[in-house]
Design a protein around this ligand. Structure first.
Ligand code: SF4
Ligand code: MSK
Length: 625
């Protein structure tokens, strides 16, 4: 018997989402919420992490009745192996994204990508010097070539550590060395995780978990950091600017093209093509006022940070954006793109265009996007969107709200500039207790949570307690829609945070970028620890992914913990079938790396836990609570 659909009010905190879910139900269009209901209850073995499919003597399910798989592996081994592979998947996603940026840099150096350039030469010189490249008096292309070689090298097997580890405090690097946790090469750690978890290899759960942490560190201080830094070099380092968010950014009188995915290599070019006078003229010929490029998920965040484009929404808004009936094209690169978008686009005039060979969608229009032919291909894509305007059915258009203002663009460079050139004023504000600590709230939506209830609830609870929040990934649009990303949001903050942010004219929740940009937060923590002469685990900081779902979010959580940052998850990964693995994650890692995970679905209790932790860390630094 078909299940009764859940009340719409239970699914999301947003009016724009509610209106579109209602429209979907009226039009008989299935969304993520119905599919979750169909999949519930989930397989208990998989939820506990106790299913193994690593060989064909199985698959095996481990339980009290059947405590060992055919090979003899117990629950600890199976859970650790599954978790290890989960982390490897996340690290591979972020890091392959980073590699794509190196390949664009290579194409620039070789003169094969005329549509891309080195936009921030000063940053390239700065990061090159950081990784030991001679920069004095050298041609910028020569420096770029050496940087490219260095970062390609980080993916291989010939180094003892990835280059940006130089940004971590020495005491932290020594800890990683002593634990066998130092990431040597990005692909190496990912491949080794696959090897270790092959039948008959690493059959010691804690040892597998250590390598999981090493793989995650290769992502955070390696692949993701390379992705962030080279994106800044090629497209410009973000600076503060205003923009808008929610489904109201979709304009009835314009050609609407939404970019979705993660990598700015495609979406930056789409944005540039959308400004082409001929394409704009053609849009006008067809009766539109212009071409509107809006963002979804993290490729949206990338363009928001650097170019200030408006954001249509986060993960759970991607299906709903198409339901406005006013989207001519949705252009995707990779990661977090639900295949259901092709089906929903097919219910409207919307063209679904995929651009990466490694992320093709059956039923989508595929453009094999290449740096060599970037602008030409981007114009072809934008042209498809423009022509689609004529096919729009005005009777099915429903844009449910007006957009809200948001402030974006807080790279570390921008923050340091706002502080007058150094981190000292921030250190001072932390020391005198105006800012008691900082928490990065990152990651996704998951239909298992009322959309954004945790993301927004936690941010509000923390700023009340004078804890600065840094937002990345899909938390960004949530915070923006809740009015937390504007300077006026200081009215929701505690007195100290209000004073500091008020004097700088910045919001108490700072948009720090996309998912790979969590590496900016790692870099900031490293620099703060160095300024104070302590380890990262001594700082009054935390991380949270309240509504996470993806392998990448798990890798982010693990590299945060392994870097010494106390980290919250709104629900557990699939590890509860092993006491050893669970205890290690929520307790045992404290002794090893100075931080753990904690799992808590309630935002107020989560804020209280962070508050306690921050008090303890402040005390440890000799500061008032
Ligand atoms: Fe079963 Fe062991 Fe094979 Fe896993 S590796 S499927 S536990 S026999
Ligand atoms: S897009 S990984 S849903 S944050 Fe980076 Fe959002 Fe999570 Fe994808």
């Amino acid at each position: 018997m078909a299940k009764e659909p859940k009340p719409i009010d239970d699914l999301t905190i947003w009016d724009d989402a509610k209106a579109m879910i209602k429209k979907a139900r009226e039009e008989g269009i299935e969304t993520v919420h119905e599919r979750l209901q169909m999949q519930t209850p989930h397989c208990k073995f998989c939820e506990l992490g106790t299913t193994c499919r690593n060989c064909t003597m199985g698959p095996c399910r481990i339980s009290k009745k059947m405590p060992r798989g055919v090979c003899g592996a117990d629950a600890d081994v199976v859970v650790a192996r599954n978790f290890g592979r989960f982390i490897a998947g996340g690290a591979a996603g972020h890091s392959d994204h980073g590699r794509d940026l190196i390949e664009v840099l290579e194409a620039i150096v070789e003169g094969e990508a005329k549509d891309y350039k080195i936009t921030d030469e000063a940053k390239l010189i700065r990061i090159a010097a950081e990784v030991g490249i001679e920069t004095e008096g050298r041609d910028i292309m020569a420096v770029a070539e050496d940087a490219m070689e260095c970062f390609f090298g980080d993916f291989g097997s010939r180094k003892s550590e990835v280059a940006f580890l130089s940004r971590a405090p020495k005491v932290r690097r020594d800890k990683w060395d002593s634990l066998n946790m130092t990431p040597r090469g990005i692909d190496r750690e990912i491949a080794e995780m696959m090897h270790r978890t092959h039948m008959g290899c690493d059959n010691d759960a804690p040892n597998t978990m250590i390598h999981a942490a090493r793989t995650a560190l290769a992502d955070g201080w390696g692949g993701s950091m390379i992705g962030t830094e080279l994106s800044d070099v090629i497209f410009g380092t973000p600076t503060p600017k205003m923009s808008t968010a929610n489904l109201g950014i979709i304009k009835e009188d314009q050609v609407n093209l939404l970019v979705h995915g993660h990598n700015p290599v495609v979406s930056e070019m789409i944005l540039a093509a959308a400004r082409d006078p001929e394409l704009v003229a053609r849009a006008k010929e067809l009766g539109a006022e212009g071409i509107n490029v809006g963002g979804l998920c993290c490729t949206g965040n990338e363009l928001l940070m650097r170019q200030g484009i408006p954001m249509a929404g986060n993960h759970l808004m991607t299906e709903l954006a198409i339901l406005t009936g006013a989207v001519e094209a949705i252009v995707v690169d990779y990661q977090c793109i639900m295949p259901s978008l092709v089906t929903i686009a097919g219910c409207y005039h919307t063209k679904f265009i995929d651009t990466a060979n490694k992320a093709r969608f059956t039923g989508g229009i595929h453009i094999d996007f290449q740096p060599k032919t970037a602008m030409e291909q981007a114009k072809e894509i934008v042209s498809m969107a423009v022509e689609g305007f004529a096919e729009r059915d005005a009777g099915r258009v429903d844009i449910p709200c007006e957009p809200v203002s948001i402030m974006t663009g807080f790279s570390n460079e921008a923050v340091i500039e706002a502080l007058g050139g150094s981190l000292d004023p921030l250190v001072q504000a932390i020391a005198n207790g105006d800012i008691r600590g900082a928490v990065g709230i990152v990651g996704c939506n998951n239909p298992k949570f009322k959309q954004d209830s945790m993301n927004v609830g936690l941010a509000k609870e923390l700023i009340k307690r004078d804890i600065l929040v840094l937002a990345t990934g899909c938390v960004t649009t949530a915070a923006g829609k809740a009015g937390l990303l504007v300077p006026e949001a200081i009215e929701m903050a505690g007195p100290g945070l209000k004073k500091v942010c008020g004097s700088l004219g910045i919001p108490p929740v700072l948009h720090y970028g996309s998912c790979v940009d969590n590496s900016r937060i790692l870099q900031l923590c490293g620099a703060l620890a160095d300024t104070l002469g302590v380890d990262i685990s001594d700082l009054p900081v935390g991380a949270s992914s309240p509504e996470w779902y993806s392998e990448k979010a798990a890798a982010i959580g693990l590299y945060a913990v392994a870097s010494g940052i106390y980290t919250h998850l709104g629900h557990p990964p699939n590890i509860l079938g092993s006491e050893t693995v669970t205890n290690l994650a929520v307790e045992g890692l404290e002794d090893l790396v100075g931080a753990t995970f904690f799992i808590e679905p309630d935002p107020v209790k989560t804020a209280e836990m962070f508050d306690e932790r921050i008090k303890a860390k402040r005390k440890g630094l000799g500061l008032s609570e």
